[in-house]
Design a protein around this ligand. Structure first.
Ligand code: CP
Length: 322
């Protein structure tokens, strides 16, 4: 068998490529598994044998701190073998294609490949080219499903419910895979969302995602959760002017203490640009759930790895798995 020839999978594989692939019961099952995983965080011995003998490969073509670190730690906590490959410093620098890279890594028989890539659909392509289960860790401005899952996990932990919550997602929605995934996940669990930002970054056609839109920052007042997005300048071509200047964006849409009403919580997927989309006072306030989101990322990604490899819709989580 050559590197390019792949063995057919022994059993149907499960992937997590998009929130659109999930039903409400899938989300509830993953969140329930994550809650059970939480008990492991406070133990002296944090490792569980659940995925012993399995291999998880992280293949990242874009920079990451939270997603890469938490997938790596999640796999280790479940006793899987892990390997992380960033495109920079790998043979991608020598011109190797995504297909050849996926085929090469697949020759080591990984059980899961976690992929982040700047192109829409890259994770789905890896799922076609590899016998492994594939988890999308972000493909261009399309999807970041594990971010949405950890966000709704953190919301439920902080506010005690999801049904009927109103989440305002503020900022650069146009370039945001986080916003697209989160709107879909909120819709599935019975929460409402409103996208807020300048007309160039939040247009009416985004309502097709299943949300409301507004260009008026005052509409923030209606929300239980203020979800702040980063201005994604790396996805804007040189010469494109979506906003007059960052200073004007901050003045019109930046989340400052006076724009957050008592009782609201504030979330941000990170990395934050303090002083641009979010004021440092807000980021460090009691209302901010940013650290809770990071902590949720570990247990939710443990749950996702468990889910694609072990759980099925009808299967109960075995006692003692977490
Ligand atoms: N939120 C998020 O995806 O962060 P990283 O880019 O640091 O992984």
């Amino acid at each position: 068998m050559t590197v390019g020839e792949l063995r057919p999978p022994a059993a149907p594989r499960r992937h997590l490529l998009s929130i659109a692939d999930l039903a409400r019961e899938d989300i509830e099952r993953i969140l329930e598994t994550a809650r059970r995983m939480t008990s492991s965080l406070d133990r002296e011995m944090k490792k569980m044998p659940t995925l012993r003998g399995r291999t998880v490969v992280n293949l990242f073509y874009e920079s990451s701190t939270r997603t890469l670190a938490s997938f790596e730690l999640a796999a280790k906590r479940l006793s899987a073998d892990t390997m992380s490959l960033r495109s920079s410093g790998s043979s991608v620098d020598k011109g190797e294609s995504l297909k050849d890279t996926a085929s090469t890594l697949s020759a080591y028989d990984p059980d899961v490949i976690v992929v982040r890539h700047p192109s829409i659909g890259a994770a789905a392509l890896v799922a076609r080219w590899s016998a492994a289960s594939v988890v999308n860790a972000g493909d261009g401005k399309h999807q970041h499903p594990t971010q949405a899952l950890l966000d709704i996990y953190a919301m439920q932990e902080a506010l005690g419910r999801l049904e009927g919550l109103h989440v305002a997602i503020v900022g650069d929605v146009l370039h945001s895979r986080v916003a697209r995934s989160l709107v879909q996940a909120l819709d599935l669990v019975g929460a409402d969302s409103t996208l807020i930002g300048p007309p160039t970054l939040v247009s009416r056609d985004l309502e097709a995602l299943g949300c409301a839109t507004s260009n008026d920052i005052r509409d923030l007042a209606e929300a239980d959760v203020v979800y702040v997005l980063r201005m994604q300048q790396e996805r804007m071509s040189a010469g494109e002017a979506f906003i007059p200047s960052l200073r004007e964006y901050t003045a019109l849409y930046g989340i400052t203490p006076d724009r957050v009403r008592p009782g609201q919580v504030v979330m941000h997927p990170g990395p934050m640009n303090r002083g641009v989309e979010i004021d440092a006072q807000v980021a460090d306030s009691e209302a901010a759930l940013v650290v809770d989101q990071v902590r949720a990322g570990l247990v939710v990604r443990m749950a996702v790895l468990y889910d694609v490899l072990v759980a099925t819709v009808r299967e109960r989580i075995p006692a003692g798995v977490a």
